[in-house]
Design a protein around this ligand. Structure first.
Ligand code: GRF
Length: 209
């Protein structure tokens, strides 16, 4: 059984998509053993509680400096003994020590087709504002492994979504979530749980069954 820890900051719709697929039996061999938020008010924590998943807040604001937060945050994650760490809208920089310790075992969902509209400063609605400003006709979402860079790790899955005339950033964000994020994030976790995902020379290979 793949032990999954989900890190969140906000609404937790991606977390919900994963919970739903596990409960429906569409993801087998995976269990969410804990949800950690940097924000005590995150609705994602309520979603976890409603489904009997232990949830906790660890906020950088409660620590004297970033090093103290990083140490405590890493300790909290380690207590849960994760096989996979899922960043589902997590807005805090992952401690470098955690990246080293969990190499190719941390995944992130990003709401664009990487390498477009990604990197420092591209988060939340800003991603969709930039896509609309550039006038792209197709955008989408990407699930990737997390490395030391911002949105630079090996790509696991991507899904394209049409941009429609008259889209606002909010409308586009919602379509990207519904049509891409909520599908490929659970899908990636399912593939990893089945042991079908490997990284070779910085590239993801997915074994077909
Ligand atoms: C999603 O758009 C995700 O791609 C981004 O942050 C948002 C999180 O939404 N990284 P939610 O908390 O899962 O509802």
């Amino acid at each position: 059984m793949l032990r999954v820890v989900v890190l969140v900051s906000g609404g937790g719709t991606n977390l919900q998509a994963v919970i739903d697929k596990i409960e429906a039996g569409e993801i087998r061999d995976a269990k969410i053993v804990g949800v950690i938020s940097n924000n005590a008010g995150a609705y994602a924590l309520t979603r976890a509680k409603d489904h009997g998943i232990p949830g906790e807040c660890v906020s950088p604001k409660s620590f004297a400096d970033r090093a103290a937060f990083n140490e405590s945050f890493l300790a909290k994650v380690e207590e849960l003994e994760p096989d996979l760490i899922v960043l589902a809208g997590f807005l805090v920089v992952i401690p470098p020590e955690m990246i080293r310790r969990y190499r190719n075992r941390i995944i992130n969902i990003h709401p664009s087709l990487i390498p477009s509209f990604c990197g420092t400063g591209y988060y939340g609605l800003k991603v969709h504002e930039a896509a609309l400003a550039r006038g792209v006709k197709v955008t989408g979402a990407t699930v990737h492994f997390v490395d030391e860079g911002t949105d630079t790790g090996p790509i696991i899955l991507q899904k394209a979504v049409e941009v429609r005339q008259g889209d606002t950033p909010e409308v586009l964000q919602r379509r990207v979530m519904e049509e891409a994020e909520w599908q490929i994030l659970p899908q990636a976790i399912g593939l990893i749980a089945q042991g079908r995902v490997t990284v070779e020379d910085g590239q993801v290979k997915i074994r077909t069954v």
